[in-house]
Design a protein around this ligand. Structure first.
Ligand SMILES: C[S@@+](CC[C@H](N)C(=O)[O-])C[C@H]1O[C@@H](n2cnc3c(N)ncnc32)[C@H](O)[C@@H]1O
Length: 237
């Protein structure tokens, strides 16, 4: 995790009540700092216990603005502000069919499940089997049993359930994988960190009937996408 200072692992000591206070304070701060506007995203961030998606030795740092290591190779749970940073411009909302590429801890997936509500659907793909298993257990323990979890290369999307209203890629790609654009519904939006000569931009795509609109939101720093569309070489597989 180049570029971030990760606090040292330690036995967790914080109580549920402490975490709840930290979560409420975090939501207030994100709203005050302009990251968080939508009530649905706010309510999801208040409801989902982020600490339950973090390995015990990093759990007490749940509400710090740092990505924290997860089981698996190069997997992290992104910092708390990343979720509204992605979900607000995406306009993630009730009833959406949502695809996440990069399940990680399952935290962003749980938030999305809360946001899309009973009439929506969430599909999440993870490429690392160890990370996948960690997330699967976290989601099951937290009571999420209707999310479609897929072990595989998310760059290929999930044609079985396409088209999607919203797609979120949680690792940096050198170019947005074409299968994801194909699997986006007309009128849909996709958000992804895109690497550009050593830096990364958070890019929002809107698929209109006449073409694709592309907007850069801000600079970001994410782990690299793996698989057929990863940084090692962009190819059509
Ligand atoms: C920043 S983490 C995701 C954080 C996650 N949203 C959370 O809330 O914990 C990025 C994840 O993308 C996964 N990943 C990387 N390349 C992938 C690919 N091609 N397909 C699916 N997952 C991938 C990594 O293994 C890692 O778990």
């Amino acid at each position: 995790m180049q570029g971030w200072i990760i606090p040292p692992p330690k036995e967790p000591v914080k109580t549920r009540a402490q975490f709840r206070r930290e979560r409420e304070e975090k939501v207030r701060r994100l709203a005050r700092d302009g990251y968080l506007n939508s009530d649905r995203i706010k309510d999801a961030m208040l409801k989902v216990r982020r600490e339950d998606f973090i390995p015990p030795l990093y759990r007490d740092y749940a509400y710090l603005e740092v990505p924290l290591p997860l089981p698996g190779e190069n997997a992290t749970i992104s910092c708390p502000h990343s979720y509204p940073l992605f979900y607000e411009p995406l306009g993630l909302d009730a009833g959406h069919k949502f695809l996440e590429v990069g399940l990680g801890s399952g935290y962003g997936t749980a938030l999305a499940r809360e946001i899309v509500g009973p009439n929506g659907k969430v599909v999440s793909i993870e490429i690392d089997p160890e990370t996948f298993e960690f997330a699967r257990k976290n989601l099951r323990k937290a009571g999420y049993d209707d999310i479609v979890l897929v072990l595989g290369d998310g760059g290929l999307g999930y044609p079985e359930l396409s088209p999607f209203d919203r797609i979120c890629v949680t690792s940096a790609c050198s170019e947005i994988p074409p299968p994801l654009i194909e699997q986006l519904r007309a009128g849909g939006r996709l958000i992804a960190p895109v690497s550009e000569q050593g830096t990364q931009d958070l890019v929002l795509l809107e698929k209109g009937r006449k073409g694709i609109k592309r907007r850069v939101i801000c600079e970001v720093l994410y782990v690299s996408l793996k698989g057929g569309y990863g940084a090692g070489g962009f190819r059509n597989t």
